[in-house]
Design a protein. Structure first.
Length: 398
């Protein structure tokens, strides 16, 4: 077990009507001017945005707005938010939405207190370290990214064709208002993509070259079991409150860092997927992970098949045969089968990619991973490994 330092300072207000408590919380913590951020319309149509604003107004909190944040948020939107925040004297950010809105708001929060261009803080080639950020009070609508309590943020730069992240405890929200009822109207595809994303967050920590870490392993496997059980229930009945609540809370714990204590993390599958959604912004992150993660798993399973066997046994109830590699592959098939059961794609072809696209992705992948091969911890990947993983995610030829 490795040494570690960890903090989880986020306060959670969880349950029905949690969003009605935003205004009193902001007022009671002494903030005077909020920026309310949101995406492209669902929070407006549902009336949630009006309820949040009414809560702020009733508490006497002034606010400005920034709407239209897209999936895979883009740096120009963050720059516009920073300009507004500085001009208005914003002292607290209130993102209302899912991971994209929250991540863009994190960029605004840190950029508002940074003298340079906010992209400096995301670009792996630039030596820039943020020291502070405006506080965030999140109203979560999509359980997936875990950004409501994580120390990370991801931003796209369309001009450069890049999608990069930054991390640090300055990124952790002060409070997250989490009402599972708000997720009942999510389309099945978006629900499924969120479930895939949270599973991937756990996998990135579970598949570690540190080896067994029984406490963190136990937490990870318990979360995966809970997610799998609740996922099938919520797909049958989108209004199953308890299933929605379990998924929402599991998504937070999947990415607030608790699953990683005492061991190394990998994050290669996320890096591989970021190239997909940077190349085609319509690719939903969780859907891309549903394709990439099993491909990565099959490529690296030989390094430590016991980890995959443990996953298959404890999450999917698989019975071992004594053939370690066969049992590991059966576990990986179970993972991909679960994702496909939820309606996730199986192949890169489903997004419109062709094998020739891979040669354009590889240079960007290594650029954001530091510029030098190999990369990764569970199995260090060379350029040929990355190429093989991508190519294996296409439909087999006849």
């Amino acid at each position: 077990m490795l040494d570690f330092e960890w903090m989880s300072p986020t306060e959670f207000v969880f349950g029905r009507d949690a969003e009605s408590k935003v205004g009193p919380w902001v007022r009671d913590h002494g903030y005077k001017k909020a920026m309310v951020t949101y995406g492209k319309g669902s929070v407006v149509k549902s009336g949630l945005l009006d309820r949040v604003k009414a809560s702020l107004e009733a508490a006497g909190v002034d606010y400005v707005e920034l709407g239209g944040i897209r999936p895979n948020p883009e740096v120009t939107t963050a720059r516009e938010g920073i300009r507004i925040a500085k001009e208005a004297g914003v002292d607290v950010m209130i993102p209302v939405g899912g991971g994209s809105t929250i991540d863009c708001s994190k960029a605004i929060a840190v950029g508002a207190l940074y003298e340079g261009d906010v992209w400096d803080l995301y670009d792996a080639r630039v030596d820039a370290t943020p020291q502070a950020a405006l506080p965030l009070a999140v109203v979560l609508t999509i359980p997936a990214a875990g950004s409501e309590a994580s120390n990370s943020s991801v931003l796209s730069n369309d001009e450069l064709g890049l999608k990069e992240g930054t991390s640090g405890d300055f990124n952790r929200p002060k409070v997250a208002f989490m009402n599972p009822v708000l997720t009942e109207t999510l389309p099945p595809y978006q629900t499924a993509a969120g479930i895939t994303d949270m599973c991937a967050h756990i996998f990135e920590r579970f598949f570690s070259d540190t080896g067994d870490t029984p406490v963190s392993d136990g937490i990870s496997l318990a979360l995966l079991r809970a997610i799998r059980g609740a996922a099938y229930r919520v797909m049958r009945d989108p209004h199953d409150y308890d299933a929605r609540a379990e998924i929402m809370w599991a998504g937070t714990l999947a990415h607030n860092g608790i699953c990683a204590r005492g061991r190394a993390e990998d994050w290669m599958s996320h890096g591989l997927e970021h190239e997909l959604s940077a190349s085609k912004t319509e690719v939903t992150h969780g859907a891309g992970l549903a394709v990439i993660f099993p491909a990565w798993m099959r490529h690296v399973a030989h390094v430590d098949p016991r980890r995959f066997i443990q996953l298959g046994r404890e999450v999917f109830g698989l019975v071992t045969t004594g053939d370690d590699m066969a049992d590991a592959m059966a576990a990986i098939d179970a993972v991909q089968g679960f994702f496909c059961d939820l309606g996730m794609p199986r192949y890169l072809d489903d997004f419109g990619f062709v094998p020739a696209d891979i040669e354009e992705m590889i240079p960007r992948f290594i650029q954001i991973k530091g510029g030098q091969w190999p990369v990764g911890s569970f199995m260090p990947l060379a350029e040929d490994d990355v190429r093989a993983i991508y190519l294996s995610a296409f439909k087999p030829t006849e």
